[in-house]
Design a protein around this ligand. Structure first.
Ligand code: SF4
Ligand code: SF4
Length: 142
């Protein structure tokens, strides 16, 4: 059951891992506005930042699975061939290798292809195809 009660708090996982087009910020680089409290430009942050909500923020996963703690961001993206499907973006080094994340990938691939994005590139599981296309913060191919 989705909840609307969660807040990002000090998590800046998406700020560090995703492309922010308005700031010309590539994937897997810190945003210059990241600070201890989150964002030092919160009131004037770009639309991409305002619009993005990871699945944890929307009440999915466990309370302790906030992306900066879990090591990955769970979200969705769209592919012309398979439609909307899960996207997992690495937020901490080797985050996708953690057993809990590998278990989740295994479960999710029973229903749909899963795109896993790391600094090394993107990989579809099961291996439907390989891609190194960076994604924007809303999950669409750049
Ligand atoms: S990854 Fe999720 S919880 Fe973390 S800052 Fe982004 S939207 Fe918020
Ligand atoms: S502007 Fe703020 S909300 Fe947007 S990516 Fe940078 S730190 Fe995050």
């Amino acid at each position: 059951m989705a909840s609307t009660e969660r807040t990002c708090g000090s998590c800046t996982a998406c700020c560090s891992s995703l492309v922010i087009e308005e700031l010309s910020k590539p994937a897997f680089t810190d945003c210059p506005h990241e600070c201890a409290g989150g964002c030092d430009a919160y009131a004037s942050r770009p639309t991409s930042c305002r619009d993005f909500r990871c699945l944890w923020l929307d009440g999915h996963l466990e309370e302790n699975d906030r992306p900066d703690k879990l090591g990955v961001i769970f979200t969705t993206t769209h592919d012309e061939q398979v439609g909307v499907h899960p996207l997992i973006v690495e937020a901490e080094p080797q985050g996708v290798d953690r057993p809990a994340v590998q278990d989740a990938i295994q479960r999710l691939t029973e229903k749909s292809p899963v795109l896993v994005l790391t600094p090394a590139g993107g990989t579809f599981h099961p291996k439907r195809r390989q891609t190194t296309t960076p994604l924007t913060i809303d999950g669409q191919a750049a």
